[in-house]
Design a protein around this ligand. Sequence first.
Ligand SMILES: [Mn+2]
Length: 375
Amino acid sequence: MTVSFSIPTSDLDYCLEQLLDHKPPKILPPETVQQLCHTLKTQLLGVPNIMHLQSPISVVGDIHGQYHDLLEIFQIGGSPPTTNYLFLGDYVDRGYYSVETISLLITLKLRYPDRVFLIRGNHESRTITTNYGFYSEILNKYNGSADVWSWITDLFDYLPLGATIDGKIFAAHGGLSPSCQQLDQIRAIDRFKEIPHDGIMADLVWSDPDTEIMDFKLSPRGAGYLFGLDVINKFCHDNDLVQMIRAHQLCNEGFTSYWNGKCLTVWSAPNYCYRCGNKASILEILHSNYDSKNGSKTSDNSFDDPPGKLRSSNPQGVLPGQYFNIFEASPENDEDTISGKSVNGINTDINYAGSDFFGSYFQERPKRQHIEYFL
Ligand SMILES: [Mn+2]
């Protein structure tokens, strides 16, 4: 018996056709999903925990099963192989089309392996997908069988944890970890497993920046940490980086720039859960040649005060060569708003790790910020 390590292009194109040419999109047969997952796993085995990517590349944040809004991204941002894409995780849960979303992304990764890159978010996990929609969606769409869920969540264990872009930008789903000072510590992790409750791997997918604190604080999410400017400055300095790009937090305008562009949040699920009314964005990185602008080649601490000048000077708060392409929900998203009864998992939220942190967070937290710690 032979083990396949690649799938013919024509077969992949057929899968793309099934997903793209039908409305609603046709789900792929179970055996096909199994084969796609198996093949991608064998390919991801050789991929390091932190991928080494180059600009130009477009960075995409949370999608959460909003399949039609994902198609909107390719519409406005260009499609592979013409445009390179780095997806920052949280492909599944919440929206109605997690299966179609992850099937499309897996197929695109196999079809254009050097153009499409996927890293892991906190929802690429067996525990989380059991509670937030993906698992039940699969039972519904695959006649009560959880096989497809097993294959896809097994594949999640193989996804890389982050990427560098031009060696200067660090990208991950969530944020930094008090247990991690060096990128090499992330490179040394055995990532081929379920996301643990704590430690570097957990923090990378769960943490958030916070402009009101210094150092690390436990996150109100119940996993990961909040981290302040001093933390990101030191991490960037020690690892020769200029910026961190991440997703994981709903942004009303589709993006947030922290600390003059030192940290950016990309959010790519417009009208999140078919009811938040928010915009979405993708971050287009054309280049990372900052030297011509500020004339200083050697400055590692460009963001430290007093100013060393590598700070954003445009309205979006991004660095030179970067642009947030903002977009709104697809027409299909609106239809789902009208026809939708409840969003996947939204009413069964309360339990994660046995505690009621999600509900209690909203009750206890003073309403001083627009930050909402949606899972
Ligand atoms: Mn997330």
